[in-house]
Write a protein that binds this ligand. Structure first.
Ligand SMILES: Nc1ncnc2c1ncn2[C@@H]1O[C@H](COP(=O)(O)OP(=O)(O)OP(=O)(O)O)[C@@H](O)[C@H]1O
Ligand SMILES: [Mg+2]
Length: 251
């Protein structure tokens, strides 16, 4: 029973007599109310402390929870590399969650457009969801263009040091436009899409990304999505986000 909850007398307890051994003295005075606060527009809220701790979950999952935040132009390969990374992590016995820009706009953020304000709210909500997941020990992968530095930095600022890893797919506009898997660059060039990042909306490059992935090696050979994902996997292993998984498990 939590400390603030006062026991009440059961039917076997006579409140007028002093309690004998094993009996509980009835309380005439109610416990003081728990303190609440206002957060933004949420009034009278109180943080409820969980009993199962993050460290307990991380021990169970053999990993340290974090947010792997992919950023880059449309068609830079965020969704492709993120999904490849998730497969590699899964095959190695790790527990993941993938929040993809287009998918989140099918539900949670379907009421948001592409104005600067809506993009900021899109990233804020995803950042909060990702934070909750990471704090539950999950390797949380997000793939959003997230073009504004301030929006990405605001997500980082909400998290503990080491919980947020920014992964910049530094793919030049020309290559993205050449790939154009959804035909969006073509539409944007034809003036059919406004606010399209790289064409008529800005993309602000990260200045302190933990991982920067260029598309080509020194011989101008293009890295495959698997090679790029393995670079991230190696980083996570070296930085001890991934702990040894018992060899009896099969996935
Ligand atoms: N080496 C590579 N790495 C990543 N993607 C590649 C590579 N080579 C070719 N591609 C292709 O480039 C395209 C990248 O599209 P993808 O949807 O992953 O980009 P995105 O960054 O998620 O874009 P958006 O922001 O529009 O969702 C895919 O069609 C993918 O097959
Ligand atoms: Mg995508």
């Amino acid at each position: 029973m939590p400390a603030h909850v006062k026991p009440v007398a059961g039917p076997h307890v006579d409140a007028r007599r002093p309690p004998t051994r094993g009996q509980v003295r009835p309380q005439a005075v109610a416990a003081p109310p728990l303190r609440t606060r206002d957060v933004g527009r949420s009034t009278n809220v109180r943080w409820h402390q969980a009993t199962v701790q993050r460290a307990d979950k991380e021990r169970m999952l053999c990993q340290r929870g974090c947010v792997l935040w992919f950023t880059g132009l449309s068609a830079s390969g965020k969704s492709t590399v993120a999904a490849t990374l998730e497969s590699i992590l899964h095959q190695n016995g790790h527990y993941t969650m993938l929040l993809d820009g287009d998918n989140v706009r099918h539900g949670l953020n379907s009421n948001l457009g592409f104005s600067a304000e809506d993009r900021a709210e899109n990233i804020r909500r995803v950042g909060e969801v990702a934070k909750l997941a990471a704090e539950s020990g999950i390797l949380t992968i997000t793939s959003f263009i997230s073009p504004y530095r301030a929006d990405r930095d605001a997500v980082r600022a909400r998290m503990a040091p080491g919980d947020f890893l920014e992964i910049y797919l530094r793919v030049p506009l020309a290559l993205c436009e050449q790939r154009d898997p959804k035909g969006l660059y073509k539409k944007a060039r034809a003036g059919k899409i406004s606010n399209f990042t790289g064409i008529n909306d800005p993309y602000e490059e990260p200045t302190g990304a933990e991982i920067v992935l260029d598309p080509y090696d020194e011989e101008h050979r293009m890295y495959s999505p698997e090679e790029l994902a393995l670079r991230i996997f190696d980083h996570l292993t070296i930085q001890q986000y991934l702990l040894p998984v018992p060899s009896t498990a099969s996935f």
